[in-house]
Write a protein that binds this ligand. Structure first.
Ligand code: KIV
Length: 248
């Protein structure tokens, strides 16, 4: 039997300065291809609301949707580490946080991802203490798109950048096992990544982080966006098969 990739394996990547790959998956067939191609971390992301369900944000995604896609991904997964997103408002109270994270773990997740900054530190602590590893998603947090006002780079001004550095440290101290930075300047991502012991994954955050994540539909050139962000690359264009595109 192939040994499953653990959080310790991802930490070792950081220690050895070897990068790891993360892709989103929502079904069994693609998760099998990814896992067999050596993708270390698979995210069952609430981006499914946009790329699978056709909504214009991740907000309509429910726990039921997430659990359904997580179970599909688990059936195809061979040995990748599987992370599940906690949908919008599924961690609004302590009780909801524990109940919903437990449901995701029971459905086969190896860790859960929450969007937020200092306000998720208590939930991070609660979950970690109870054996549920947490990835804290910071920077551009799509579940807060209505407050942010658009899919725009975060942490550009020095005060905001300083705040993000402090909040990242707080989340590490609260027990977060990983951090995901979305759409922040590469210098800031490098700084955060170097100042934390936990692995830092980036999307639109430059190359100087410990791992990169991409939405599988973007990698395959199936995108809903009128204008793709700069970091989106169609890997299928230069590959002879989906397997090869994923490996690349
Ligand atoms: O839901 C998702 O796919 C994500 C990635 C964009 C990081 O959170």
């Amino acid at each position: 039997m192939t040994k499953s990739i653990t959080i310790e394996d991802l930490r070792n990547h950081k220690k050895r300065k070897t990068k790891f790959a993360c892709l989103t998956a929502y079904d069994a067939s693609l998760s099998r291809l990814m896992s067999e191609a050596g993708v270390e971390l698979i995210l069952v992301g609430d981006s499914l609301g946009m790329v699978v369900q056709g909504h214009d944000s991740t907000i309509p995604v429910s726990m039921e949707d997430l659990l359904y896609h997580l179970r599909c991904v688990k059936r195809g997964n061979v040995n990748s580490h599987v992370m599940a997103d906690m949908p919008f408002m599924s961690y609004a109270s302590e009780e909801q946080t524990l109940e919903n994270a437990a449901a995701l773990m029971r459905a086969g997740a190896n860790c859960v991802k929450l969007e937020g900054t200092s306000w998720i530190s208590k939930s991070t602590e609660l979950l970690t203490e109870r054996g549920i590893p947490v990835c804290a998603h910071m920077g551009l947090t799509p579940q807060s798109i209505n407050r942010i006002g658009g899919y725009i780079v975060q942490g550009r001004n020095p005060d905001k950048a300083e705040e993000l550095i402090k909040e990242a440290k707080l989340l590490e101290e609260s027990g977060a096992s990983m951090l995901l930075l979305e759409c922040v300047p590469s210098e800031l991502a490098k700084n955060i990544s170097e100042s934390l012991e936990i692995p830092v994954i980036g999307i639109g955050a430059g190359v100087e982080v410990d791992g990169q994540i991409m939405v599988i539909y973007d990698l395959l050139g199936i995108t809903q966006m009128e204008k793709s962000p700069k970091f989106v690359k169609n890997y299928l264009q230069e590959a002879s098969s989906i397997e090869q595109a994923i490996k690349n």
